[in-house]
Design a protein around this ligand. Structure first.
Ligand SMILES: *Cc1c(COP(=O)(O)O)cnc(C)c1O
Length: 433
């Protein structure tokens, strides 16, 4: 066996912390094997899609100007449609982020007088302004599109009666968020999303079912579009960009839904025909190729972190043994110092900006201070090892990403070392189990 301890010492990680990490890893071999199998399945899915769509060297080049006849862009959209088993896809660098992709899907498929329904509780923070839950310029509300929400029941299950009662003649589109985001509800499995969609369609067959797929891509062998979703929407600086895409978002779905989105993104009459890909296509293709294994690395990091911290006694969501449907891990430290030490540990393990010490700050749009750790090659990319947490009770940190498992492992061990060095975790932590 190679002695790793000297390498870890370079990062200030003690032999005790490393040994504890190895012991946890030993217990996770079966979990990791399942994650690797999913990655293998999805790797083949991606390669097969690229072959079926005749991806060629010419596809890796970009266009400028209007971007008419952009072979690489159009082929990549076919590849996405293949992977998601949909009629069409829109995959563009002009979609600036996940929120933009979601806003685009909503604004292009809803018309004044329509109603949007979320049957899974409050959507992601940034969507509150898109919808107009918080008053905002250009929101759906300003355009006369109303919104209704049905919360999950206390045990996390769907409130079928409430959902049935909320669907009315105005209901045009329902939005289902797969990932828990920064909430404590469980993440939805694709199978559960399928059950919900089937129910909604049994009440109103022509309603459009959209899934916010952020952080969920390639975590399972099927995607929401395999279980009835009319659109799956996400960001390329999360899972499907594989860490290489420098920008972008996607909408994969029904032909008419995707067309509506294209006419909204560019212009009525122009739709998908314009939108130069510039020089980003090779990173979109190569990132997609890497996405299944990169997602697996991030998942292993999340499972590792859950096990490391649960056994020391901190509450973790999902817990150490739960099945996974997204790559986010929450750990509750119960004190600001814990959240800060964790985030500083993640930052100290980065390849870029490792010398920066993140501190809590007053981020716009949040009512408490927030601390963020991100030493990323792509700014703000959260498929890369990253963490953030609001400095407010219950003092939980949200951790995600890791382009390789060794990096995720280093980051997590560094957080634990930091917590020990700061006296937040007792130095005889490994005897507490
Ligand atoms: C990240 C995320 C978004 C928003 O994506 P941005 O790229 O940050 O705008 C929306 N929904 C969920 C569930 C997300 O995780």
């Amino acid at each position: 066996m190679i002695d790793l301890s000297r390498q870890y010492q370079l990062f200030g990680i003690s032999e005790e912390v490393l040994a504890y990490g190895e012991q946890i890893l030993d217990s996770l071999q079966d979990r990791f094997r399942t994650i690797d199998e999913t990655a293998e399945y999805n790797q083949l899915k991606v390669i097969h899609a690229m072959q079926a769509c005749s991806v060629s060297e010419a596809c890796l080049l970009g266009t400028t100007g209007y971007g008419y006849n952009d072979l690489g862009r159009d082929t990549l959209e076919n590849v996405y449609a293949h992977i998601f088993h949909t009629e069409a896809a829109l995959v563009r660098p002009q979609i600036t982020c996940g929120t933009h992709a979601l806003a685009l899907a909503l604004m292009s498929n809803l018309r004044p007088g329509d109603e949007l329904l979320s049957p899974v509780g409050k959507p992601y923070d940034t969507l509150e302004e898109v919808i107009g839950i918080r008053p905002s310029k250009g929101s759906l509300k300003e355009y006369g599109i109303s919104y209704r929400q049905v919360d999950l029941l206390a045990d996390g299950s769907f409130d079928y009666e409430g959902i049935k009662a909320a669907i009315n003649e105005k209901t045009r589109l329902i939005t289902i968020q797969r990932s828990k985001g920064y909430q404590t509800r469980p993440t939805l499995s694709v199978a559960r999303i399928g059950e919900l969609i089937a129910f909604v369609k049994s009440v109103k067959p022509d309603v459009i079912c959209m899934v916010d797929n952020c952080y969920g891509e390639f975590v399972e062998t099927i995607e929401p579009t395999d279980v009835g979703a009319d659109m799956a929407v996400g960001s390329l600086i999360k899972n499907p960009g594989g860490g290489l895409a420098p920008i972008g978002g996607y909408i994969a779905g029904r032909q008419d839904c995707v067309e509506n989105a294209a006419y909204r993104l560019t212009s009525p009459g122009l739709g998908k025909e314009v939108g130069a890909s510039l020089g980003v296509l090779s990173s979109f293709y190569q990132g997609l190729f890497l996405a299944p294994t990169v997602t697996a690395s991030a998942l292993k990091g999340a499972v590792f972190a859950a096990n490391i911290y649960e056994k020391i006694g901190f509450p973790v969501v999902p817990d150490a043994a739960e099945s996974r449907h997204d790559i986010i891990q929450a750990v509750t430290f119960g004190s600001p110092e814990g959240v800060i030490a964790f985030c500083q540990g993640i930052q100290a393990a980065a390849s870029v900006d490792s010398f920066v010490t993140p501190e809590p700050w007053d981020m716009p749009g949040y009512d408490s201070q927030v601390i963020m750790a991100a030493g990323a090659f792509v700014s703000g990319s959260s498929i890369e090892l990253s963490a953030d947490g609001p400095i407010a009770p219950p003092y939980a940190v949200y951790f995600q990403g890791g382009l390789t498992f060794p990096h995720a492992k280093l980051g997590i061990l560094k957080t634990l070392q930091n917590l020990i060095d700061k006296g937040i975790v007792s130095s005889d932590f490994h005897k507490l189990k």
